[in-house]
Design a protein around this ligand. Structure first.
Ligand code: GTP
Ligand code: MG
Length: 352
């Protein structure tokens, strides 16, 4: 999963990147440097399964964090001539926008709106570059695909011109497929990180209320963390970190919280495969059926899917092995229509 970290200059993007990825890149230097880190998703369930089955190798799910660009708040990011939106951002599954809330004169509502305006402008430019070509193709050749794409682009453009990001434009799933290639930024799920000061530790709710959304709102999720503190925490080793978290009254460090929120935002769950030689966590969307989940492991397994043999995580841990689960009647054979659940331990049977 790729997550692009963005926001206005000096909002604390690199600080949050360091906190999320356990890195120590220089902050506060206006360098506009970009950074990237691939981190393992911490998962106590996978670790417990590994203890039980003792595989040669344990493979965690991964998140790819990009700290890539400062939006200027002046529409510059969307200006084709001074384009500051790197391709990487378009490939991101979600955007993590950092909003500065750590100074007494900060203007988070305004900064959030400026940021949304930039996303909108960036998409508007892409559409304006393409829409006439598609409309002309549709007219000249009667190409149905071009026609439906042109109609959809027109609908998107109207929404953007009215200041509505595409994520709120009522675009259907079937339509999303048609415009996927444009990788519109304002259509991406957004994790809004309110970067609060050390003095506000434990008072994140105050900021969440102020910004109008502590609750999940589908394509937007808000979270309040103190980047500076979390960056320092992330640099400690695990034991020291646990002690500090306790002292500070922080339940989950940003490293974990940001992952939890991202999974929630994107509607992601994990299932596990265990055995020789590898125990591994896999990430899928909620509602994924067994063959498609098998496709994550290997496309051949999806093509030749016969059945899924499923044990729940709790049953596996209670009985300790696949064999013991079978004996206890905790082993379920599921077919093509089975919807994989969070924590399922699965063995796929296939034939190619
Ligand atoms: N007090 C306080 N300062 C912070 C916090 N987060 C970031 N800062 C400070 O804000 C300044 C900017 O932080 P960076 O992480 O470099 O911000 P950035 O958005 O990456 O900056 P650019 O890449 O230059 O746009 C630094 O001096 C940080 O120490 C925070 O939670 N509390
Ligand atoms: Mg930076």
């Amino acid at each position: 999963m790729k997550i692009g970290i963005i926001g206005l200059p000096q909002s604390g993007k690199t600080t949050i990147f360091n906190a999320a990825a356990g890195k120590s890149e220089a902050v506060g230097d206006y360098s506009k440097a970009s950074h990237r880190a691939i981190i393992k998703v911490p998962d106590h369930r996978l670790e417990r399964l590994s203890e039980l089955v003792q595989p040669k190798k344990t493979t965690h799910a991964e998140i790819d964090y990009f700290d890539i660009c400062a939006f200027t708040g002046k529409g510059k990011a969307a200006d084709a001539n001074t384009l500051q939106v790197p391709d990487d951002l378009h490939y991101a599954d979600a955007l993590m926008v950092v909003i500065k809330c750590f100074t007494s004169d900060c203007t988070p509502e305004r900064n959030f709106n400026l940021f949304i305006e930039e996303l909108i402008l960036s998409d508007q430019i892409i559409i304006e570059r393409n829409i006439e070509k598609r409309e002309r193709t549709a007219q000249l050749t009667g190409d149905k695909e071009a026609a439906s794409e042109a109609v959809l682009l027109r609908k998107c453009l109207t929404s953007l011109e009215n200041g509505t990001p595409l994520s709120l434009a009522g675009i259907e799933d079937s339509e999303t497929k048609i415009i996927k290639k444009y990788a519109f930024l304002s259509l991406k799920p957004l994790l809004v990180v309110l970067n609060i000061s050390e003095d506000d530790l434990g008072q994140g709710d105050k900021w969440l209320e102020r910004m109008g959304g502590s609750a999940v709102t589908g394509i937007r999720e808000f979270v309040a963390i103190c980047g500076k503190m979390e960056m320092e925490l992330a640099a400690l080793d695990a034991d020291d970190r646990a002690a500090f978290l306790n002292d500070l009254g922080i339940e989950h460090p940003a490293m974990e919280l940001l992952i939890q929120k991202s999974y929630g935002l994107l509607g992601l769950i994990s299932f596990f495969t265990v055995g020789d030689p590898e125990a591994r966590a896999w990430t899928i969307k909620t509602g994924t059926k067994a063959p498609k989940a098998a496709g994550e492991v290997h496309t051949d397994i999806e093509r030749g899917f016969i059945r899924a043999e499923v044990i729940t995580y709790d049953d596996f841990v209670e009985h300790g092995s696949t064999h013991a689960c079978k004996e206890a009647g905790k082993y379920h054979v599921e077919g093509k229509e089975y919807i994989v659940k969070d924590g399922d331990v699965i063995l796929f049977r296939f034939n190619i």
